[in-house]
Design a binder for this molecule. Structure first.
Ligand SMILES: [Zn+2]
Length: 82
């Protein structure tokens, strides 16, 4: 049993946004605030695993830290290619 629902939801949001723009998702930029329930290592591991589920290997993950913000894991932007 493994759990990666948070990253699943993050990727569904990013993919939906790319689709809305009629473009292919190439990268996801996220910010980890003070309330993030996972650190970068776990985030990257889950991300790689979710990409496997999706059958995608062409999406990058960019992580920035914002320990001064009372927030969790947030998408701050996506890169797409038409
Ligand atoms: Zn899984």
């Amino acid at each position: 049993m493994h759990e990666h629902g948070l990253v699943d939801r993050m990727m569904q949001s990013a993919l939906a946004e790319a689709e809305q723009r009629g473009a292919a998702l190439r990268a996801v930029h996220v910010r980890l605030g003070a309330l993030a329930s996972l650190g970068e290592a776990r985030l990257r591991a889950d991300f790689a695993h979710v990409l496997e589920h999706l059958g995608r290997s062409d999406i990058a993950l960019h992580v920035e830290y914002a320990p001064e913000r009372p927030s969790g894991l947030e998408i701050v932007g996506i890169d797409v290619v038409a």
